[in-house]
Design a protein around this ligand. Structure first.
Ligand code: MLT
Length: 269
């Protein structure tokens, strides 16, 4: 995707001043999932959390399928509007798929990568068919279908039983997403490209983060990423599921802050 006219002008939240870190949310959530990170942005960093197209406050645009390429183009469009040359890109799950496309299409805009609870491989034909079935159900019956299918699997056992407030926050984000956005993003994820061979081309500092109880992506996928990306380190967040940034924010933030602190100085501010 390179035609600027097909880009959607994303809305975003931000906090802090300094070098940019862009946080890309998971499906079917929105930039609010990064609330804890925006509240605790390390000194010297500017945290920017866009709503990907159709999610949160961002407009839907006209594309029937939200490919990861389109979403990556939107993020670069936002970087252009904010006059950011390069940024650290931190993507969670679907946000990680978008981060891979940013590396593939716009590597000069990526200063470092943080890949959270995501995977490099494409959908199997069976998984893609299941996504299409889910997209059609959501279009007919509304997004409660997705909430039912995903909510309990998104978080760890500890979160589910001891942190009901977190479960309610995640549920509210899922419920406020338009069914049409959910369906278009499901179809986009179903056709996402295989990024496995891309891993060895990644030359920027990279961190892989995974919740120890991630039932959606699975720890094995993160281990695969950490083995595949030259020099990448794997951080496991205990007692967290698929969204450790919300489930164990203090622990997650410590890992991110340590990674950011070790990055080579930016060539320009
Ligand atoms: C996500 O959290 O973004 C989704 O679980 C990704 C996916 O469905 O592959």
């Amino acid at each position: 995707m390179s035609e600027p006219d097909r880009r959607v002008a994303l809305e975003w939240r931000e906090s802090g001043r300094g070098e940019p870190v862009i946080f890309l949310h998971a499906f079917p959530l929105n930039s609010a999932m990064w609330g804890p990170q925006l509240a605790a942005t390390p000194t010297g960093w500017r945290a920017i959390a866009p709503d990907l197209r159709g999610f949160g406050a961002s407009p839907e645009g006209t594309a029937a399928v939200y490919t990861m390429e389109l979403m990556a183009g939107d993020v670069v469009g936002l970087m252009d509007r904010l006059e950011l040359g390069r940024a650290v890109i931190c993507g969670s799950s679907m946000g990680g798929y978008v981060a891979f496309e940013m590396w593939r299409l716009f590597p000069e805009r990526v200063r470092a990568l943080i890949l959270c609870d995501t995977r490099a491989g494409p959908d199997s034909p069976e998984a893609a068919r299941a996504r299409e079935r889910l997209a059609q159900s959501v279009e007919k019956e509304g997004n409660s279908v997705v909430v039912q299918a995903m909510l309990t699997r998104l978080v760890s056992t500890t979160t589910r039983y001891h942190h009901r407030g977190i479960v309610d926050t995640v549920k509210a984000m899922m419920e406020e997403t338009a069914p049409s956005t959910i369906a278009r993003a499901l179809r986009g994820m179903a056709v996402r490209r295989d990024s496995e061979s891309l891993l060895r081309t990644i030359t920027v500092p990279s961190l892989v983060v995974v919740g120890a109880e991630d039932a959606i992506t699975g720890r094995g996928q993160s281990e695969f990423l950490a083995r595949g990306v030259p020099g990448a380190r794997l951080a496991t967040i205990d007692e967290a599921g698929h969204v450790p940034s919300i489930e164990r924010p203090a622990e997650f933030d410590r890992v991110i802050a340590a990674f950011l602190a070790r990055l080579p100085q930016a060539a320009h501010a």
